[in-house]
Design a protein around this ligand. Sequence first.
Ligand code: AMP
Length: 283
Amino acid sequence: MQVVGTVAGVRTLVRQWRREGLTVGLVPTMGFLHDGHISLVKRAVGECDRVVVSVFVNPSQFGPAEDFEDYPRDIAHDIQVLREAGAHCVFHPEPAEMYAPDFCTWVQVEGLTEGLCGRTRPTHFRGVCTIVSKLFNICLPDRAYFGQKDAQQLAIIRRLVRDMSYGIRVIGCPIIREADGLARSSRNVYLSSDERKAAVVLSRSLRHGEKLVIAGEKSTETVIEAIKKEIATEPLARIDYIEAVDAVTMKPVATIEKPTLFAMAVYIGKTRLLDNFITGDVM
Ligand code: AMP
C-alpha cells in the first residue's frame, strides 16, 4: 500500500493502473477511521482491482464556528487499518495541496443541498461537492463508495455525478452501528460517558418510527411525531431536525409512496449526531 501526499503522485499511480486495464475504486474519508469507513473500503476492495482511500479533513466543508481544528485525526492508525483492509493507496494531502491560496472555483449542487443539514450548515455541501469533484478528477475512479450514514450527501453526490457526466458508479453502503445501535462516527469520540449512553436515543427512536412504517403507517407526520416523542425522553438530546423527504430529490414528503428518507440531526450535549433510515430501496 502506498501513502501519497501529492496530486501528481496519485495521478502517476492511477495512470499506470489504467494503462494496465485495472479498475479503480475511490473511498473519500476525513480519516479517524472506524468500522463504518472500513466497510466501504472492503466493499471497494472486493469490487475493484485497485482502491484509493483519501484521508483529508476538508476545511471548506466546515463553517467558521465548526470543529475543523478539533476534528479527530490519527493518520498512523488510519494507515494501519487501511493496510489490513487491503487498500492500495492512501491519499493524504495537506490542505495547501488541495487549495491554492487564491482558490476560487466551487461546485454547487442546487435544491438537494438546501434542506436538512444544509439549513444548519449552509456552505457544507458546497465544500463537499468541491472536494469530491477534485478527488474524482485526480483519482479517475470507475466506482466511488459513500455511506448511507450521510444520506443527504449520498443523494447529492449521485446527482453531481449524473449532472456533470462523471461516468462514475456511485455505490451507497449501509450504516454500520455499535452493538447498542449508535451509528459509528468519528465524532462519537467527543461524547462523555453519560452522553455516549444518551446517544443511543437516535437509533432507538428511528427504530420505533421504522416499525410504524413496516406496520403500514403512511403518514410521515405520524411517524415523525412518534420519533420526536422518543427523543424527548432523553434530557441530553436536543433536536436540530427530524424530517421525511423523498430519498432521491430530498423534497419533503407527507405520504409514503416512493422511497422516503427519515433523517435526523440531534445534539447530544455539544455534539451533533446524524442518523436515518430509508423506506424501500434506493441503494
Ligand atoms: P467521513 O470520514 O465522516 O467523511 O465519512 C467518510 C465516508 O464514510 C462517508 O461516505 C460516510 O457516509 C461513510 N461513513 C461514515 N460513518 C459510517 C457508518 N457508520 N456506516 C457506513 N458508512 C459510514
